[in-house]
Design a protein around this ligand. Structure first.
Ligand SMILES: [Cu+2]
Length: 164
């Protein structure tokens, strides 16, 4: 009885091993193809973007569609954010709105976020630090901006292309 049990365990193990081999051989190639189509973890495209008073400077302005890692560096003296907008407009020509604020002059200018197609953003972060985030971007034209009060108007915008 003892022998029989051991034998059947061996058989089960053998079948499992064979099944695993089959799965790896059959789906190994498929997995590789999927990883190439959606390289989120393995080899995402990387774009470094420098934010400061008052400019947005991507170190490259064209990248292939897919998962793209943005590393935003705040090399300025104030907080900045990175907003990614999909638009046919040039980054310098986005709509803008005057909003009241608490300061003495009473108003500031921003891009109205309900009037443009915001893909995603890296929220405001302090000078001397950096933030990293992945975005899935289809091919198209984008504007990278900082939309803190008046920063867009002062020049914090850049055009960005995602190609198929
Ligand atoms: Cu800013």
């Amino acid at each position: 009885m003892c022998n029989g049990t051991r034998k059947s365990h061996r058989t089960v193990f053998g079948i499992t091993l064979a099944t695993l081999c089959f799965v790896f051989i059959t789906f190994g190639g498929l997995g590789q193809t999927l990883a190439q189509d959606h390289p989120r973890e393995k080899h995402p495209h990387k774009v470094r973007v420098e934010l400061r008073e008052f400019s947005v400077s991507p170190h490259r302005t064209t990248v292939k569609a897919g998962w793209i890692t943005f590393k935003a560096l705040n090399t300025g003296q104030r907080n900045h954010e990175l907003v990614i907008i999909r638009t046919d407009l040039e980054a310098v020509n986005l709509p803008r709105v005057v909003e009241p604020n608490d300061e003495e002059d009473g108003s500031s200018v921003r891009v109205p976020e309900d009037a443009v197609e915001i893909v995603d953003e890296i929220e405001a972060f302090p000078p001397g630090s950096h933030e990293r985030k992945q975005f899935l971007l289809p091919a198209g034209h984008y504007a990278l901006i900082c939309n803190l009060p008046d920063h867009y108007m002062m020049g914090m915008h850049a055009d960005f292309e995602v190609v198929p």
